[in-house]
Design a binder for this molecule. Sequence first.
Ligand code: CDV
Length: 315
Amino acid sequence: MLDLRKQNRVISIAAAQLGPIQPTDSRSSVVDRLVGLLEQAKSKGSELVVFPELAFTTFFPRYEITDEAELDYWFEKEMPGEETRPLFAAIQRLKLSVNFGYAELVPEAGITRRYNTSILINPNGEIIAKYRKIHLPGHNEFDPERSFQHLEKKYFEVGNLGFPVWDHLGGKLGMCICNDRRWPETFRVLGLKGVELVLIGYNTPTHNAKHPEPPHRRAFYNHLCVQAGAYQNSTWVVSVAKSGCEDGQDLMAGSCIVSPHGEIVAQTSSSKDELIVADCDLSLCEDGKNNMFNFSEHRCPEEYSIITRANCDED
Ligand code: CDV
């Protein structure tokens, strides 16, 4: 008999929002929470589970850390490591594909490198895809004018893996991390590679530490950019928060799953650990890719060269 789900390329996807992680919470206690969410996702029939950026720790770039050993504490030196191995065991046991973000410390050519990283793991517990955050927000030294710090530029290097796409679960998957979602270039590069599903994790403070903005507008921007990215590139987007109050700082929730029409099909309603699930039919990407956003027919790249120029002042 004809399997319509397969023909329509439906993937059941769970966005696994995390509530706050306090600085004193152990990695193991966080991993227990993640495993609980994986079990819930499995019981709802999900095949792919998406967790947020820096999923094992509090959002540590809010602190000024001057001691290197102290900084190292927030990074994973191996994946899986001792404390994250139970997560990989659960992935294998439950036969799920899983995406999460973490702070990666890795020696490259004898030099210690630090990246804000996102990986995709297959149901055998193997890492099959890696992305390193390219758009690092914030600043690179202590800023006394801020009510809290955002030192991503100090603690991480710009990712060196580009914006790849991977074939998985019958579709083309891409990843990006938090601030990347605000840049149309992120989505367009993935779109040009034929992406059908973009996985995003984020930690977004509800307040701007330097240039006050009302929280409702920040929440609007959060959805505006992922909905536009989905529509303009005819792709599903799964955008997942770490949310709630971490050590006195509020992180926004609003995790959502967005269709290639730019419409939110599922959204969280709390700032806690919360799972939302949607059946995402990748064949819905085809209309936009073949018509309105048929890139090979309608793009005018000869008019876009300024986009890839480092200095926009030059003619
Ligand atoms: N983790 C992030 O990249 N957060 C930024 C905040 C600083 C604005 C974001 O774009 O959501």
